[in-house]
Design a protein around this ligand. Structure first.
Ligand code: ZN
Length: 444
């Protein structure tokens, strides 16, 4: 009998430690609703314009009415989870002439909903969409500007993720935020990133959603499976010393935003294998911008999640017909089933990160002129073990992994340091992992 119970305990503990999948993640995917996203995108479009400089007094038109509705929606979600969300406005005054698109003084107002973590309340993973919209002239704040795909889709996805995830408790905090002033010069993201620094938030990263609803591309491709994950290679805040060290120890394509991109890629491949995530090795589209950038500028990890096939006749356009082409970012062009999928991609990554322990702060690598690679790292409170990842130097993804248990150093025998890149992630009790940390120290 004793033997049997020992075996039983051993068997029971195996899936806890080594399972690749958490069934709750599939529930999260299934609970994201295309119908609710459609309802919310429609509601946002019906504010006529959500231009950052538009009317703030009307109850039915303009960005004021839109942000009040978003706030009330977050409050409604909170009331259904015993006030699990702290909902507030975070705002900054931008003076007239700050750039050519700011034609009068304006309060750039973000709507923040914060779901506090049970164990690491000051550690945050953020999902963002944008409140504001624009037409051909970025300073035109009165014309109809539905902004259905750009970016009511990202905003609605963010609200929907809050609905689904507020049914769960997480160890780390999740922030759902509607950012404003995007089209005027990324003002909302800049304001919130500065606020986060003042507040001392420990930010794991931001998943910025900007246009997650178009499946019919100007390139002729129609696909409800492809989507893009943009990430910059290394932080713009790195020091000259860090830049120099990269020449000798590597890391040119291994900054914190890139690791977050790989994390989203892997989680998607694991739980939503029907999707085709495309990691794009650049900050954003060629010469264009998005609200993850101000977070990157402040030294935080941040990526942009968006459709793979854009249609430029339906972005930043006055509603009109010209040479037989119907221009405008209208509701009819948004595919809600696709927006649901990309919302689910966000939700499962927010959940995985918020259920995972923090990443090790220090990862050291050694083994120069030796046959074995050696790694050691700082212990993470709450981790049940660690996973060492490595890959060919030409590979975009962490293709090799070894779970090494609850230790803080390990020797990979027969793996020569020179021929691979390495990293370490912390693993929590339900199998969820932190993002991978690229070595930030060398030892001999
Ligand atoms: Zn835009």
């Amino acid at each position: 009998m004793k033997k049997f119970s020992v075996l039983l305990v051993a068997l029971m503990s195996v899936p806890m430690l080594y399972s690749q999948t958490d069934l709750r993640i599939y529930d999260i995917i299934n609970n994201v609703s295309a119908e609710r996203i459609e309802k919310d995108v429609t509601k946002l479009v019906n504010f006529g314009t959500r231009h950052t400089l538009s009317d703030t007094i009307s109850q039915t038109r303009g960005i004021g009415a839109a942000r009040r509705w978003i706030k009330s929606e977050f409050e409604k979600i909170s009331s259904e989870c015993s006030d699990c969300l702290d909902v507030f406005y975070q705002k900054n005054l931008v003076p007239k002439g700050d750039n050519a698109r700011i034609v009068h003084d304006v309060w750039v107002v973000n709507v923040v909903a914060m779901q506090k973590g049970t164990k690491y309340p000051n550690r945050y993973i953020i999902m963002s969409g944008d409140i504001d919209s624009r037409v051909s002239d970025p300073a035109n704040f009165t014309s109809d500007s539905p902004g259905a795909n750009d970016n009511a889709s990202g905003m609605a996805g963010t609200i929907e993720a809050a609905r689904v995830l507020s049914k769960y408790k997480f160890e780390s905090s999740i922030i759902y935020v509607g950012l404003s002033g995007e089209e005027q010069g990324l003002y909302g993201g800049k304001g919130l990133a500065e606020y986060a620094k003042e507040q001392g938030w420990d930010i794991v990263g931001i998943l910025n959603n900007d246009m997650i609803g178009n499946i019919t591309g100007v390139d002729g491709v129609v696909s409800n499976r492809d989507f893009r994950i943009f990430s910059e290679p290394v932080p713009p805040t790195e020091t000259e010393q860090q830049r120099n060290a990269r020449r000798f120890y590597g890391g040119e394509v291994d900054g914190i935003s890139r690791q977050l991109a790989r994390y989203v890629y892997t989680t998607t491949k694991t739980y939503m294998p029907e999707m085709n995530p495309m990691m794009i090795y650049r900050l954003d589209r060629f010469g264009r911008g998005g609200h993850h950038r101000p977070f990157n500028d402040a030294g935080f990890a941040g990526i942009r999640i968006m459709e793979a096939h854009e249609n430029y006749t339906q972005q930043h356009q006055d509603i009109r017909v010209e040479d037989g082409i119907a221009y405008g970012d209208k509701l009819e062009h948004v595919n809600f089933g696709y927006a649901k999928k990309l919302t689910a991609v966000n939700a499962i990554n927010l959940a995985s990160i918020a259920w995972a322990p923090p990443a090790p702060t220090t990862v050291e690598i050694g083994g120069i002129v030796e046959p074995n690679a050696k790694l050691r790292w700082s212990k993470v409170e709450g981790a049940v073990g660690y996973k060492i990842y490595w890959r060919d130097t030409t590979s975009p993804t962490w293709d090799n992994a070894r779970y090494v248990g609850d230790v803080t150093e390990f020797v990979l025998e027969g793996i020569v340091l020179d021929n691979f890149f390495f990293g370490v992630a912390a693993v929590g009790k339900d199998g969820h992992e932190s993002p991978v940390v690229f070595p930030n120290k060398v030892f001999r």
